[in-house]
Design a protein around this ligand. Structure first.
Ligand code: SF4
Length: 275
């Protein structure tokens, strides 16, 4: 797969990742055939990451460095456990009939699941062959890696847009927003069902004008089924400390009810369905 990282992420990513992984493997499938990949963990009864009850597969590897990341332990591919596709499918198989009957399915999250792109492609294909609803939870920053065939095997995309303005996006994530915007437009053109996710952090992502621009952008997309405004909280802070990383949001508060309502209203004013 083409490595788009030079175009899609900022210098901060290169500094951090190259330091940790000079080979650059942190950005790609360790096994190019994608028959084996690295898994952080599974969640067997997720209810937040797609419709119904979800079996969630957390893959390791992420090119971004979001200040509020809950899972910095997923950033490097090799932080996960190596696992063949067949073994992942065996885990899913234990719940497959139940998931189908319950109107749920399988969600691939991370980290950034598009890092191990061929592994993800194989898993999506196998899940579709099994008749499972599939969801991919992504920042979209590596969206150009996702082929149309992979998207055909994906029933729903959870697209995390972390800010609209490039400077704010870079401040929040260390990366560039343009590729996420391109991916969002492609999903719209393909009429791929999409849920937009936006993490609201006071003093960081709550700029009124930026959210106006984001809401305009989202409202112009044709296949957005809902927008989720997610309130920031410091759930992952202890992981940053354990990894000896500098957590910069120690002083940040969760957004107030009023702020959440204001931001939700900004999306609702564009006739978007907001949660
Ligand atoms: S995209 Fe997700 S996993 Fe990656 S740094 Fe941001 S919050 Fe963490």
């Amino acid at each position: 797969m083409t490595n788009k990282s030079d175009d899609t992420v900022g210098g901060r990513y290169h500094r951090l990742d190259l330091k940790a992984d000079p080979s650059g493997e942190a950005r790609n499938d360790p096994d190019e055939t994608g028959q084996t990949g690295f898994i952080h963990s599974f969640e067997t009864a997720g209810t937040l990451d797609g419709p119904g009850i979800r079996f969630v597969v957390f893959l390791t590897g992420c090119p971004l460095r979001c200040l509020y990341c809950h899972n910095p332990d997923t950033w490097h591919v090799r932080n996960g456990s190596p696992m063949p596709v067949d073994q992942v499918m065996s885990e899913i198989e234990k719940y497959a009939d139940f998931l189908i009957k319950a109107g749920g399915g399988v969600t691939f999250s991370g980290g950034e699941p598009l890092v191990q792109i061929q592994f993800l492609a194989n898993l999506l294909r196998r899940c579709k062959q099994r008749g499972l609803h599939t969801t991919v939870d992504t920042s979209g920053v590596l969206g150009e890696r996702m082929t149309d065939a992979m998207l055909a095997d994906t029933d729903l995309v959870l697209l995390d847009i972390k800010a609209f303005d490039p400077d704010i996006y870079r401040q929040v994530t260390g990366g560039k927003v343009a590729s996420t915007q391109r991916f969002a437009k492609r999903l719209s053109t393909l009429a791929k069902p999409t849920w937009i996710r936006f993490v609201l952090v006071p003093q960081l992502t709550d700029d009124y004008e930026d959210i106006e621009h984001l809401a305009d952008f989202v409202a112009a997309l044709q296949s957005v089924e809902r927008v989720e405004v997610l309130a920031f909280h410091k759930m992952g802070e202890h992981k940053w400390e354990a990894l000896n990383l500098d957590y910069q949001l120690t002083e940040s508060e969760s957004p107030s009810e009023e702020l959440i309502a204001r931001v939700q209203d900004q999306f609702r004013q564009r006739n978007l369905t907001v949660f």
